[in-house]
Design a protein around this ligand. Structure first.
Ligand code: F6P
Length: 547
């Protein structure tokens, strides 16, 4: 195990709790009233990208305590170990070196003893040649037709990241090629795609780090049968490619070595969109777009690696989250990109954050004494305003929000973009300001309401306010900036994992369900009955009766 014992942070956690318990300490409005420079002092920039964290209850004392906690937790040392290729994923004995995938060939990043930068660049060059050959028609389907569409079959990190990015970056202009994504083993998903796709012009990518994931293998088999039925078994070789660390399994599936694009086990699934798993992004959006995405992420890597904690965006975003979860006890976090192109951004962050930091065991095997990852959820604004924002404004739980917004749109209708931006700013302002009973009553009386109406309705129209948010504002949502944003959240997750003393890079919690599912499947296929709790046994019997 390549890790230190977690530092004893009890004094730091106690200090944070005491700061949060000060009378009036949560009143963000009071902080603004007492400090005209607050918005500037609690905003941090990297070029055009601004993180405004002033609409939180963090004051100077809380900020100092948070940075003190980070230092005591060894964040700077952790950062050095991460970028030094140490085996930070201690339970699997692996480095977490996804940064090498986006840096230049000569960045010199190692994963253990391996030249991660060199390996990543070599594989990137293979991918680039493949993409060029598909785009210029050198590589065609078995009937001689050019590929018109790419179908990426994968799940979790082999789906969420590439899907989110490809959809974001091709929404504006349609991209170079259509990209489709198949993740769910539910046969309805493939049936719907099969109706829309032409096998003769479809390139199928089987994206699976392990090449053993049940859902992906089942979907890949379905796609293979579909292609073979339409074009003959020989078509498989011409229409499939694999994105995997498991070259032997890809070969056994019938995919030739030159069509297997690889990466190493130091790339976690939820960090793999930058690797061969991102091939569908490059096919859909073009190579230059994919390269710009990598460049943006690398810019954020360098910022995270080289910038002092106090000016470091991922560190600050991570500390704001720690303040909310650990000092104030908020157990959920909403992600609201005001950008329709980012409609899968929260879905990607759900896996990134909750699979990484949804842990309750310390690196040394002990139990965590603090809360860890909150529930992450979200939707683009303004859609979110018409679904769950009611609860965030007036519910009994306080749920901090991350707003994301581009200053410039790419659709040419600036009026629409101003409406969008106005809503983003207004939501954050409403969460902070709220509306008092006196304001509501005055409004109602001005509109002619009588005493009875005021008494009956006014309480329902009060907004408590003082609800925290952060805003991430940038010039444009281009590939470079999307790369910066995803890497910002990746490193935020690493920062929080360090502070909580957990391993952000394993995911043992998904294993038990997988194992049980294969036993249950055998039973559903007619095998002998297993031992189940009463509810599961009854449901399986009812399922059988209904078929
Ligand atoms: O959900 C568990 C998990 O292992 C994820 O971490 C991963 O992204 C996903 O399954 C898919 O795994 P693979 O790429 O190996 O098919």
């Amino acid at each position: 195990m390549d890790s230190d014992s977690p530092a004893d942070l009890r004094a730091e956690w106690t200090r944070l709790a005491a700061l949060a318990a000060r009378p009036g300490a949560h009143d963000i409005r009071v902080l603004f009233a007492g400090d005209p420079g607050r918005a500037v002092r609690f905003s941090t920039r990297l070029d055009d990208l601004t993180l405004d964290w002033s609409k939180t209850a963090i004051d100077d004392a809380a900020r100092d305590a948070l940075f003190g906690l980070a230092r005591k937790a060894g964040l700077e040392r952790f950062r050095n170990r991460l970028f030094g290729g140490a085996l930070v994923n201690a339970t699997e004995g692996r480095a977490a070196m996804h940064m090498a995938l986006r840096g230049p060939a000569d960045a010199g990043l190692l994963a253990g003893a391996e030249d991660a930068s060199g390996l990543a660049a070599a594989e990137r060059a293979r991918m680039q040649r493949f993409v060029a050959a598909v785009h210029d028609g050198t590589l065609r389907g078995v009937t001689g037709q050019r590929f018109q569409a790419v179908l990426n079959i994968g799940i979790g990190g082999s789906d969420l990241g590439p899907r989110m990015v490809a959809e974001a970056l091709t929404m504006t202009d349609g991209g170079v090629m259509a990209a489709h994504y198949l993740s769910n083993v539910d046969g309805h998903a493939f049936a719907a795609l099969a109706r829309r796709l032409n096998p003769a012009t479809t390139l199928v990518l089987v994206a699976s780090k392990t090449f053993t994931t049940q859902e992906t293998m089942a979907n890949a088999a379905a796609a293979r049968a579909w292609l073979a039925a339409a074009l003959g078994e020989a078509a498989v070789g011409a229409h499939f490619a694999a994105l995997s660390t498991n070259h032997a399994a890809a070969a056994a599936f019938g995919i030739a070595a030159e069509r297997v694009f690889g990466f190493r086990d130091w790339v976690g699934g939820r960090y793999s969109l930058w690797s061969a798993v991102g091939l569908s992004i490059a096919l859909a959006g073009g190579w230059d777009t994919f390269q710009a995405l990598l460049d943006g992420a690398w810019a954020m890597d360098c910022h995270f690696r080289d910038t002092p904690l106090e000016a470091n965006l991922p560190v600050i975003l991570g500390l704001v989250g720690v303040w909310h979860v650990n000092a104030l006890g908020y157990r959920a976090q909403a992600i609201l990109p005001y950008d329709a192109r980012l409609h899968r951004f929260a879905a990607h962050l759900q896996q990134l954050e909750m699979e990484s930091n949804g842990k309750s065991v310390l690196l040394d095997g002990g139990s965590v004494g603090t809360a860890t990852c909150p529930v992450i959820f979200g939707e683009p604004g303004t859609d979110a305003q018409h679904s769950f924002m009611q609860l965030i404004h007036q519910g009994t739980s306080v749920i901090p929000v991350d707003f994301l917004l581009a200053a410039q749109a790419d659709h040419g209708r600036d009026g629409a973009h101003r409406i969008l931006a106005a809503n983003a700013f207004a939501q954050a302002e409403a969460l902070l300001a709220g509306k008092t009973r006196a304001q509501v009553e005055a409004e109602m009386r001005a509109a002619g309401a009588d005493d009875a109406a005021v008494a009956a309705v006014a309480p329902h129209r009060v907004f408590p306010g003082n609800r925290p948010s952060t805003t991430i504002l940038f010039r444009r949502l281009d590939a470079f900036t999307l790369g910066r944003l995803v890497a910002l959240y990746e490193h935020k997750v690493a920062v929080q994992g360090c502070l909580w003393g957990i391993n952000s890079f394993d995911q043992w919690g998904v294993e038990l369900g997988k194992v049980l599912a294969s036993g249950v499947l055998k039973e559903l296929e007619g095998g002998p009955a297993g031992v189940h709790d009463g509810s599961t046994a009854a449901l399986m019997a009812r399922f059988a009766a209904l078929r």
